[in-house]
Design a protein around this ligand. Sequence first.
Ligand SMILES: Nc1ncnc2c1ncn2[C@@H]1O[C@H](COP(=O)(O)OP(=O)(O)OP(=O)(O)O)[C@@H](O)[C@H]1O
Length: 456
Amino acid sequence: MFTADEKVKNSILEAIIDSAYEWIVVVDRNGVIQYMNKTYAEFLGENIHEVIGKHVSEVIENTRMHKVVESGVPEIADLQYIRGSYMIANRIPVVADGEVIGAVGTVIFRDTGQWKKMNSHIKSLLSELEFYKKDWHEKNGAKYSLSDIEGCSEKMVLLKNQVKRAASSDLSILINGESGTGKELIAHSIHQLSERSGKPFIKVNCGAIPDTLFESELFGYEEGAFTGAKKGGKAGKFGLADGGTIFLDEIGDLPPHMQIKLLRVLQEKEIETIGSTVSKKVDVRIIAATNRPLAQMISQRQFREDLFYRINVIPINVPPLRERKEDIPGLVLRLLEKISKRSGKRIIAVEAAVMEWFLSHEWPGNIRELENILEAASHFSQGEVITADVVPALSHDEVSAVQENSSLKQIMQLTEERVLRDTLAACSFDKKKAAAKLGIGKTVLYEKIKKYNIQA
Ligand SMILES: Nc1ncnc2c1ncn2[C@@H]1O[C@H](COP(=O)(O)OP(=O)(O)OP(=O)(O)O)[C@@H](O)[C@H]1O
Protein backbone atom coordinates (compact mmCIF):
# COMPACT_ATOMS: atom_id res chain seq x y z
CA MET A 1 0.00 0.00 0.00
CA PHE A 2 1.16 3.51 -0.79
CA THR A 3 1.14 6.16 1.92
CA ALA A 4 -0.70 9.43 1.17
CA ASP A 5 2.67 11.05 0.61
CA GLU A 6 3.75 8.36 -1.87
CA LYS A 7 0.42 8.62 -3.71
CA VAL A 8 0.99 12.33 -4.24
CA LYS A 9 4.53 11.66 -5.42
CA ASN A 10 3.29 8.95 -7.85
CA SER A 11 0.60 11.23 -9.22
CA ILE A 12 3.14 13.99 -9.74
CA LEU A 13 5.49 11.56 -11.51
CA GLU A 14 2.68 10.24 -13.68
CA ALA A 15 1.60 13.77 -14.60
CA ILE A 16 5.19 14.64 -15.54
CA ILE A 17 5.58 11.49 -17.66
CA ASP A 18 2.21 11.89 -19.36
CA SER A 19 2.92 15.47 -20.29
CA ALA A 20 6.50 14.68 -21.28
CA TYR A 21 7.64 15.73 -24.69
CA GLU A 22 8.33 12.12 -25.61
CA TRP A 23 6.25 9.01 -25.84
CA ILE A 24 7.46 6.48 -23.31
CA VAL A 25 7.27 2.70 -23.00
CA VAL A 26 8.85 0.42 -20.41
CA VAL A 27 9.30 -3.34 -20.89
CA ASP A 28 10.53 -6.06 -18.55
CA ARG A 29 13.28 -8.62 -19.26
CA ASN A 30 10.85 -10.63 -21.43
CA GLY A 31 9.87 -7.70 -23.61
CA VAL A 32 6.46 -7.47 -21.91
CA ILE A 33 5.07 -3.94 -21.52
CA GLN A 34 5.03 -2.71 -17.93
CA TYR A 35 4.24 0.92 -18.61
CA MET A 36 3.23 3.16 -21.49
CA ASN A 37 2.32 6.82 -21.25
CA LYS A 38 -1.12 7.97 -22.27
CA THR A 39 -0.15 9.95 -25.35
CA TYR A 40 1.79 7.03 -26.82
CA ALA A 41 -1.12 4.62 -26.30
CA GLU A 42 -3.48 7.16 -27.87
CA PHE A 43 -1.26 7.55 -30.90
CA LEU A 44 -1.13 3.77 -31.34
CA GLY A 45 -4.91 3.59 -31.01
CA GLU A 46 -4.54 1.34 -27.96
CA ASN A 47 -6.15 1.32 -24.54
CA ILE A 48 -3.52 2.21 -21.96
CA HIS A 49 -4.69 -0.50 -19.54
CA GLU A 50 -4.90 -3.22 -22.17
CA VAL A 51 -1.35 -2.83 -23.44
CA ILE A 52 0.17 -3.63 -20.04
CA GLY A 53 1.13 -7.31 -20.02
CA LYS A 54 1.30 -7.66 -23.82
CA HIS A 55 4.53 -8.38 -25.64
CA VAL A 56 5.86 -5.12 -27.07
CA SER A 57 6.02 -6.53 -30.61
CA GLU A 58 2.24 -7.07 -30.53
CA VAL A 59 1.65 -3.39 -29.80
CA ILE A 60 4.37 -1.37 -31.52
CA GLU A 61 5.29 -1.75 -35.18
CA ASN A 62 8.94 -2.40 -35.99
CA THR A 63 9.91 -2.26 -32.33
CA ARG A 64 13.33 -3.40 -31.15
CA MET A 65 12.73 -3.01 -27.42
CA HIS A 66 12.89 -6.77 -26.79
CA LYS A 67 16.11 -6.95 -28.83
CA VAL A 68 17.69 -4.26 -26.66
CA VAL A 69 16.78 -6.27 -23.56
CA GLU A 70 18.57 -9.25 -25.14
CA SER A 71 21.65 -7.35 -26.30
CA GLY A 72 21.91 -4.89 -23.39
CA VAL A 73 23.14 -2.33 -25.92
CA PRO A 74 21.41 1.08 -26.02
CA GLU A 75 20.08 2.27 -29.37
CA ILE A 76 19.97 6.02 -29.75
CA ALA A 77 18.19 8.08 -32.43
CA ASP A 78 17.12 5.06 -34.46
CA LEU A 79 14.67 5.66 -37.29
CA GLN A 80 11.47 3.69 -36.69
CA TYR A 81 8.49 3.41 -39.04
CA ILE A 82 5.26 3.52 -37.01
CA ARG A 83 1.75 3.90 -38.41
CA GLY A 84 2.82 5.39 -41.70
CA SER A 85 5.51 7.76 -40.40
CA TYR A 86 9.13 7.75 -39.46
CA MET A 87 9.82 8.48 -35.78
CA ILE A 88 13.05 8.80 -33.87
CA ALA A 89 13.38 6.17 -31.16
CA ASN A 90 15.77 5.75 -28.24
CA ARG A 91 15.97 2.41 -26.44
CA ILE A 92 17.89 2.16 -23.19
CA PRO A 93 18.43 -1.07 -21.24
CA VAL A 94 17.62 -0.90 -17.52
CA VAL A 95 20.36 -2.57 -15.48
CA ALA A 96 20.13 -3.67 -11.85
CA ASP A 97 22.91 -5.54 -10.03
CA GLY A 98 24.78 -5.90 -13.29
CA GLU A 99 21.84 -7.61 -14.99
CA VAL A 100 19.49 -6.26 -17.70
CA ILE A 101 16.01 -6.31 -16.18
CA GLY A 102 14.15 -4.40 -18.85
CA ALA A 103 14.32 -1.37 -21.14
CA VAL A 104 12.92 2.12 -21.47
CA GLY A 105 11.98 3.38 -24.88
CA THR A 106 11.23 6.92 -25.91
CA VAL A 107 9.93 8.18 -29.22
CA ILE A 108 10.23 11.79 -30.20
CA PHE A 109 8.16 14.01 -32.46
CA ARG A 110 4.86 13.38 -30.84
CA ASP A 111 3.71 16.87 -31.78
CA THR A 112 1.89 16.19 -35.05
CA GLY A 113 2.90 19.38 -36.79
CA GLN A 114 6.48 18.88 -35.78
CA TRP A 115 6.76 15.26 -36.79
CA LYS A 116 4.95 15.90 -40.05
CA LYS A 117 7.61 18.46 -40.88
CA MET A 118 10.43 16.18 -39.81
CA ASN A 119 8.79 13.21 -41.44
CA SER A 120 8.49 14.91 -44.79
CA HIS A 121 12.12 15.96 -44.53
CA ILE A 122 13.20 12.40 -43.74
CA LYS A 123 10.97 11.02 -46.48
CA SER A 124 12.50 13.30 -49.06
CA LEU A 125 16.00 12.29 -47.92
CA LEU A 126 15.04 8.63 -47.98
CA SER A 127 13.50 8.89 -51.42
CA GLU A 128 16.72 10.53 -52.63
CA LEU A 129 18.66 7.68 -51.06
CA GLU A 130 16.28 5.16 -52.63
CA PHE A 131 16.84 6.78 -56.02
CA TYR A 132 20.62 6.42 -55.76
CA LYS A 133 20.34 2.92 -54.31
CA LYS A 134 18.04 1.88 -57.17
CA ASP A 135 20.35 3.44 -59.70
CA TRP A 136 23.31 1.62 -58.16
CA HIS A 137 21.45 -1.68 -58.03
CA GLU A 138 20.25 -1.33 -61.59
CA LYS A 139 23.83 -0.92 -62.67
CA ASN A 140 25.44 -3.40 -60.33
CA GLY A 141 23.19 -5.75 -58.54
CA ALA A 142 20.05 -7.74 -58.00
CA LYS A 143 17.30 -6.06 -56.00
CA TYR A 144 15.21 -9.08 -55.08
CA SER A 145 15.74 -12.45 -53.53
CA LEU A 146 13.64 -15.59 -53.09
CA SER A 147 12.01 -14.23 -49.92
CA ASP A 148 10.47 -11.43 -52.02
CA ILE A 149 8.52 -13.97 -54.06
CA GLU A 150 5.16 -14.41 -52.37
CA GLY A 151 3.17 -17.55 -53.05
CA CYS A 152 2.36 -20.74 -51.18
CA SER A 153 0.30 -22.46 -53.89
CA GLU A 154 1.56 -25.82 -55.09
CA LYS A 155 2.65 -24.26 -58.37
CA MET A 156 4.67 -21.56 -56.62
CA VAL A 157 6.30 -24.00 -54.20
CA LEU A 158 7.41 -26.09 -57.18
CA LEU A 159 8.63 -22.99 -58.96
CA LYS A 160 10.69 -21.83 -55.96
CA ASN A 161 12.31 -25.26 -55.72
CA GLN A 162 13.10 -25.11 -59.41
CA VAL A 163 14.62 -21.65 -58.94
CA LYS A 164 16.87 -22.95 -56.14
CA ARG A 165 18.05 -25.89 -58.23
CA ALA A 166 18.63 -23.76 -61.32
CA ALA A 167 20.59 -21.18 -59.32
CA SER A 168 23.22 -23.66 -58.22
CA SER A 169 24.16 -24.55 -61.80
CA ASP A 170 25.78 -22.14 -64.21
CA LEU A 171 23.58 -23.03 -67.17
CA SER A 172 21.54 -20.60 -69.28
CA ILE A 173 17.95 -20.13 -68.21
CA LEU A 174 14.88 -19.08 -70.17
CA ILE A 175 12.01 -17.78 -68.04
CA ASN A 176 8.66 -17.95 -69.77
CA GLY A 177 5.46 -16.37 -68.56
CA GLU A 178 2.78 -13.80 -69.22
CA SER A 179 3.48 -10.15 -68.58
CA GLY A 180 3.50 -9.18 -64.90
CA THR A 181 3.89 -12.71 -63.51
CA GLY A 182 7.19 -11.97 -61.77
CA LYS A 183 9.80 -13.10 -64.31
CA GLU A 184 12.18 -10.31 -63.40
CA LEU A 185 11.79 -11.07 -59.69
CA ILE A 186 12.77 -14.67 -60.44
CA ALA A 187 15.80 -13.64 -62.50
CA HIS A 188 17.03 -11.48 -59.57
CA SER A 189 16.49 -14.35 -57.13
CA ILE A 190 18.44 -16.82 -59.27
CA HIS A 191 21.39 -14.44 -59.34
CA GLN A 192 21.16 -13.82 -55.58
CA LEU A 193 21.18 -17.54 -54.87
CA SER A 194 24.00 -18.31 -57.29
CA GLU A 195 27.72 -18.30 -56.71
CA ARG A 196 27.85 -15.13 -58.78
CA SER A 197 25.80 -13.16 -56.23
CA GLY A 198 28.79 -11.02 -55.24
CA LYS A 199 29.27 -10.01 -58.87
CA PRO A 200 27.14 -7.68 -61.04
CA PHE A 201 23.60 -8.42 -62.21
CA ILE A 202 23.02 -6.46 -65.40
CA LYS A 203 19.61 -6.12 -67.02
CA VAL A 204 19.16 -5.52 -70.73
CA ASN A 205 15.68 -4.76 -72.02
CA CYS A 206 16.05 -6.20 -75.51
CA GLY A 207 12.83 -4.61 -76.72
CA ALA A 208 13.76 -1.10 -75.62
CA ILE A 209 17.15 -0.58 -77.27
CA PRO A 210 17.05 1.12 -80.68
CA ASP A 211 18.66 -0.98 -83.44
CA THR A 212 21.34 1.62 -84.05
CA LEU A 213 22.48 1.58 -80.43
CA PHE A 214 22.24 -2.14 -79.80
CA GLU A 215 25.88 -3.00 -80.44
CA SER A 216 27.29 -0.10 -78.47
CA GLU A 217 24.92 -0.80 -75.56
CA LEU A 218 25.83 -4.47 -75.42
CA PHE A 219 29.49 -4.47 -76.35
CA GLY A 220 30.61 -0.86 -75.70
CA TYR A 221 32.97 1.25 -77.80
CA GLU A 222 36.48 2.64 -77.73
CA GLU A 223 37.30 6.32 -77.56
CA GLY A 224 37.08 7.87 -81.04
CA ALA A 225 35.31 4.82 -82.50
CA PHE A 226 32.83 7.08 -84.31
CA THR A 227 31.81 10.72 -84.45
CA GLY A 228 30.05 11.57 -81.21
CA ALA A 229 31.71 8.74 -79.24
CA LYS A 230 32.28 9.71 -75.60
CA LYS A 231 35.76 10.54 -74.38
CA GLY A 232 37.24 7.46 -72.75
CA GLY A 233 34.81 5.18 -74.62
CA LYS A 234 31.90 3.33 -73.05
CA ALA A 235 31.64 -0.05 -71.40
CA GLY A 236 28.97 -2.34 -72.80
CA LYS A 237 26.50 -4.42 -70.75
CA PHE A 238 28.43 -7.65 -71.37
CA GLY A 239 31.65 -6.05 -70.15
CA LEU A 240 29.87 -4.68 -67.07
CA ALA A 241 28.40 -8.10 -66.30
CA ASP A 242 31.76 -9.89 -66.48
CA GLY A 243 31.90 -12.47 -63.68
CA GLY A 244 28.19 -12.01 -62.97
CA THR A 245 24.84 -12.47 -64.67
CA ILE A 246 23.25 -10.75 -67.66
CA PHE A 247 19.45 -10.68 -67.73
CA LEU A 248 18.10 -10.43 -71.27
CA ASP A 249 14.53 -9.33 -70.71
CA GLU A 250 11.94 -9.45 -73.53
CA ILE A 251 14.30 -11.53 -75.65
CA GLY A 252 11.44 -12.30 -78.04
CA ASP A 253 11.51 -8.64 -79.11
CA LEU A 254 15.08 -8.85 -80.35
CA PRO A 255 15.24 -8.08 -84.10
CA PRO A 256 16.62 -10.99 -86.23
CA HIS A 257 19.87 -9.25 -87.21
CA MET A 258 20.59 -8.65 -83.50
CA GLN A 259 19.80 -12.26 -82.68
CA ILE A 260 22.73 -13.42 -84.78
CA LYS A 261 25.12 -11.00 -83.06
CA LEU A 262 23.96 -12.17 -79.65
CA LEU A 263 24.32 -15.81 -80.67
CA ARG A 264 27.93 -15.20 -81.69
CA VAL A 265 28.79 -13.78 -78.25
CA LEU A 266 27.08 -16.65 -76.48
CA GLN A 267 28.95 -19.21 -78.58
CA GLU A 268 32.37 -17.64 -78.52
CA LYS A 269 32.13 -16.09 -75.05
CA GLU A 270 33.99 -13.06 -76.30
CA ILE A 271 33.01 -9.57 -77.25
CA GLU A 272 34.44 -7.13 -79.69
CA THR A 273 34.15 -3.56 -78.54
CA ILE A 274 33.29 -1.18 -81.39
CA GLY A 275 36.50 0.45 -82.64
CA SER A 276 38.73 -2.26 -81.21
CA THR A 277 40.62 -4.83 -83.24
CA VAL A 278 40.98 -7.37 -80.47
CA SER A 279 38.23 -9.40 -78.88
CA LYS A 280 37.92 -9.81 -75.13
CA LYS A 281 36.86 -12.92 -73.18
CA VAL A 282 33.81 -12.48 -70.98
CA ASP A 283 32.44 -14.80 -68.31
CA VAL A 284 28.70 -14.19 -67.92
CA ARG A 285 25.75 -16.32 -67.03
CA ILE A 286 22.70 -15.80 -69.24
CA ILE A 287 19.16 -15.51 -67.90
CA ALA A 288 16.61 -14.59 -70.55
CA ALA A 289 12.89 -13.91 -70.19
CA THR A 290 10.00 -13.66 -72.58
CA ASN A 291 6.24 -13.45 -72.65
CA ARG A 292 6.11 -14.38 -76.34
CA PRO A 293 5.72 -17.91 -77.72
CA LEU A 294 9.28 -18.45 -78.94
CA ALA A 295 8.58 -21.94 -80.32
CA GLN A 296 5.84 -20.53 -82.54
CA MET A 297 8.08 -17.61 -83.51
CA ILE A 298 10.72 -20.12 -84.64
CA SER A 299 8.26 -21.82 -86.98
CA GLN A 300 7.33 -18.39 -88.35
CA ARG A 301 11.04 -17.59 -88.76
CA GLN A 302 10.88 -14.67 -86.37
CA PHE A 303 13.24 -16.20 -83.82
CA ARG A 304 16.44 -18.16 -84.52
CA GLU A 305 16.26 -21.77 -83.51
CA ASP A 306 19.99 -21.96 -82.71
CA LEU A 307 19.70 -18.97 -80.35
CA PHE A 308 16.64 -20.54 -78.72
CA TYR A 309 18.55 -23.75 -77.89
CA ARG A 310 21.49 -21.73 -76.58
CA ILE A 311 19.35 -19.88 -74.03
CA ASN A 312 16.71 -22.50 -73.28
CA VAL A 313 18.99 -24.92 -71.42
CA ILE A 314 16.87 -24.71 -68.26
CA PRO A 315 13.31 -23.60 -69.03
CA ILE A 316 11.31 -22.07 -66.18
CA ASN A 317 7.61 -21.44 -66.68
CA VAL A 318 5.89 -18.93 -64.42
CA PRO A 319 2.17 -19.68 -64.04
CA PRO A 320 -0.32 -16.85 -64.53
CA LEU A 321 -2.11 -15.56 -61.44
CA ARG A 322 -5.50 -16.99 -62.53
CA GLU A 323 -3.99 -20.49 -62.15
CA ARG A 324 -2.92 -19.89 -58.55
CA LYS A 325 -5.66 -17.81 -57.00
CA GLU A 326 -4.89 -19.19 -53.54
CA ASP A 327 -1.81 -16.92 -53.63
CA ILE A 328 -3.97 -13.78 -53.86
CA PRO A 329 -4.59 -13.12 -50.11
CA GLY A 330 -0.86 -13.42 -49.33
CA LEU A 331 0.07 -11.29 -52.32
CA VAL A 332 -2.42 -8.59 -51.29
CA LEU A 333 -0.81 -8.31 -47.84
CA ARG A 334 2.72 -8.31 -49.26
CA LEU A 335 1.89 -5.70 -51.91
CA LEU A 336 0.01 -3.48 -49.42
CA GLU A 337 3.07 -3.51 -47.17
CA LYS A 338 5.24 -2.50 -50.12
CA ILE A 339 2.81 0.24 -51.22
CA SER A 340 2.46 1.60 -47.66
CA LYS A 341 6.22 1.86 -47.35
CA ARG A 342 6.45 3.66 -50.68
CA SER A 343 3.60 6.10 -50.05
CA GLY A 344 3.88 6.52 -46.27
CA LYS A 345 0.12 5.85 -46.01
CA ARG A 346 -0.77 2.91 -43.78
CA ILE A 347 -3.13 0.46 -45.49
CA ILE A 348 -3.35 -2.97 -43.91
CA ALA A 349 -6.12 -4.95 -45.61
CA VAL A 350 -8.96 -5.08 -48.14
CA GLU A 351 -12.58 -5.66 -47.13
CA ALA A 352 -14.25 -9.02 -47.82
CA ALA A 353 -16.18 -7.80 -50.91
CA VAL A 354 -12.96 -6.62 -52.54
CA MET A 355 -11.19 -9.89 -51.79
CA GLU A 356 -14.14 -11.78 -53.23
CA TRP A 357 -13.81 -9.82 -56.45
CA PHE A 358 -10.05 -10.34 -56.50
CA LEU A 359 -10.65 -14.08 -56.25
CA SER A 360 -13.13 -14.08 -59.13
CA HIS A 361 -11.21 -11.77 -61.48
CA GLU A 362 -9.15 -13.34 -64.28
CA TRP A 363 -6.07 -11.06 -63.91
CA PRO A 364 -4.91 -10.67 -67.53
CA GLY A 365 -2.16 -8.32 -66.26
CA ASN A 366 -1.23 -10.73 -63.44
CA ILE A 367 0.54 -9.45 -60.32
CA ARG A 368 1.42 -6.12 -61.87
CA GLU A 369 -2.31 -5.51 -62.44
CA LEU A 370 -3.05 -6.45 -58.81
CA GLU A 371 -0.30 -4.12 -57.60
CA ASN A 372 -1.61 -1.23 -59.74
CA ILE A 373 -5.17 -1.71 -58.52
CA LEU A 374 -4.05 -1.77 -54.88
CA GLU A 375 -1.87 1.28 -55.40
CA ALA A 376 -4.71 3.32 -56.91
CA ALA A 377 -7.18 2.13 -54.27
CA SER A 378 -4.85 2.93 -51.38
CA HIS A 379 -4.44 6.42 -52.81
CA PHE A 380 -8.20 7.00 -52.62
CA SER A 381 -8.76 5.07 -49.42
CA GLN A 382 -9.95 7.02 -46.37
CA GLY A 383 -9.04 4.43 -43.76
CA GLU A 384 -6.62 1.58 -43.24
CA VAL A 385 -8.84 -0.96 -45.03
CA ILE A 386 -9.57 -0.73 -48.77
CA THR A 387 -13.30 -0.72 -49.44
CA ALA A 388 -15.08 -1.63 -52.69
CA ASP A 389 -16.00 1.98 -53.52
CA VAL A 390 -12.34 2.95 -53.98
CA VAL A 391 -11.57 0.09 -56.37
CA PRO A 392 -12.47 1.57 -59.79
CA ALA A 393 -11.79 -1.71 -61.59
CA LEU A 394 -14.54 -3.37 -59.61
CA SER A 395 -17.40 -1.48 -61.20
CA HIS A 396 -15.71 -1.56 -64.60
CA ASP A 397 -15.48 -5.33 -64.41
CA GLU A 398 -19.19 -5.66 -63.72
CA VAL A 399 -19.87 -3.87 -66.99
CA SER A 400 -17.43 -6.02 -68.98
CA ALA A 401 -18.86 -9.20 -67.45
CA VAL A 402 -22.30 -8.22 -68.66
CA GLN A 403 -21.00 -7.14 -72.05
CA GLU A 404 -19.78 -10.63 -72.83
CA ASN A 405 -23.25 -12.19 -72.81
CA SER A 406 -25.58 -9.28 -73.41
CA SER A 407 -27.40 -7.58 -76.19
CA LEU A 408 -26.80 -3.90 -76.90
CA LYS A 409 -30.19 -3.10 -75.37
CA GLN A 410 -29.25 -4.80 -72.09
CA ILE A 411 -25.91 -3.01 -71.96
CA MET A 412 -27.59 0.35 -72.59
CA GLN A 413 -30.13 -0.29 -69.85
CA LEU A 414 -27.45 -1.30 -67.41
CA THR A 415 -25.44 1.81 -68.21
CA GLU A 416 -28.55 3.99 -67.89
CA GLU A 417 -29.34 2.51 -64.51
CA ARG A 418 -25.78 3.05 -63.28
CA VAL A 419 -25.73 6.69 -64.44
CA LEU A 420 -29.08 7.32 -62.76
CA ARG A 421 -28.00 5.76 -59.49
CA ASP A 422 -24.67 7.65 -59.47
CA THR A 423 -26.26 11.00 -60.32
CA LEU A 424 -29.02 10.62 -57.74
CA ALA A 425 -26.50 9.70 -55.09
CA ALA A 426 -24.29 12.65 -56.06
CA CYS A 427 -27.32 14.98 -55.72
CA SER A 428 -28.33 13.44 -52.36
CA PHE A 429 -31.53 12.19 -54.07
CA ASP A 430 -32.67 15.72 -54.89
CA LYS A 431 -34.68 14.72 -57.99
CA LYS A 432 -35.00 18.24 -59.38
CA LYS A 433 -31.26 18.71 -59.24
CA ALA A 434 -30.60 15.24 -60.68
CA ALA A 435 -33.02 15.80 -63.59
CA ALA A 436 -31.34 19.11 -64.40
CA LYS A 437 -27.91 17.48 -64.24
CA LEU A 438 -28.99 14.68 -66.56
CA GLY A 439 -30.77 17.09 -68.93
CA ILE A 440 -34.13 15.28 -68.68
CA GLY A 441 -37.55 16.30 -67.39
CA LYS A 442 -38.63 15.44 -63.85
CA THR A 443 -41.45 13.18 -65.13
CA VAL A 444 -39.03 11.13 -67.23
CA LEU A 445 -36.73 10.84 -64.24
CA TYR A 446 -39.60 9.56 -62.07
CA GLU A 447 -40.49 6.97 -64.71
CA LYS A 448 -36.94 5.70 -64.83
CA ILE A 449 -36.62 5.61 -61.04
CA LYS A 450 -39.69 3.42 -61.00
CA LYS A 451 -38.45 1.25 -63.87
CA TYR A 452 -35.17 0.47 -62.15
CA ASN A 453 -36.65 0.44 -58.67
CA ILE A 454 -34.09 2.95 -57.38
CA GLN A 455 -34.54 3.86 -53.73
CA ALA A 456 -32.91 6.61 -51.70
N1 LIG B 1 5.38 -13.69 -56.40
C1 LIG B 1 5.46 -12.37 -56.22
N2 LIG B 1 5.50 -11.86 -54.97
C2 LIG B 1 5.54 -10.53 -54.77
N3 LIG B 1 5.55 -9.61 -55.76
C3 LIG B 1 5.53 -10.05 -57.02
C4 LIG B 1 5.49 -11.45 -57.33
N4 LIG B 1 5.49 -11.60 -58.66
C5 LIG B 1 5.52 -10.35 -59.17
N5 LIG B 1 5.56 -9.42 -58.21
C6 LIG B 1 5.58 -7.95 -58.41
O1 LIG B 1 4.78 -7.69 -59.57
C7 LIG B 1 5.39 -6.71 -60.40
C8 LIG B 1 5.66 -7.30 -61.78
O2 LIG B 1 6.68 -8.31 -61.69
P1 LIG B 1 7.86 -8.47 -62.78
O3 LIG B 1 8.30 -7.13 -63.30
O4 LIG B 1 8.89 -9.35 -62.20
O5 LIG B 1 7.01 -9.21 -63.90
P2 LIG B 1 7.49 -9.68 -65.35
O6 LIG B 1 6.91 -11.03 -65.57
O7 LIG B 1 8.97 -9.51 -65.49
O8 LIG B 1 6.72 -8.63 -66.29
P3 LIG B 1 7.03 -8.20 -67.83
O9 LIG B 1 6.96 -9.44 -68.67
O10 LIG B 1 5.92 -7.26 -68.16
O11 LIG B 1 8.38 -7.56 -67.83
C9 LIG B 1 6.66 -6.27 -59.69
O12 LIG B 1 6.39 -5.10 -58.95
C10 LIG B 1 6.97 -7.44 -58.78
O13 LIG B 1 7.69 -7.00 -57.65
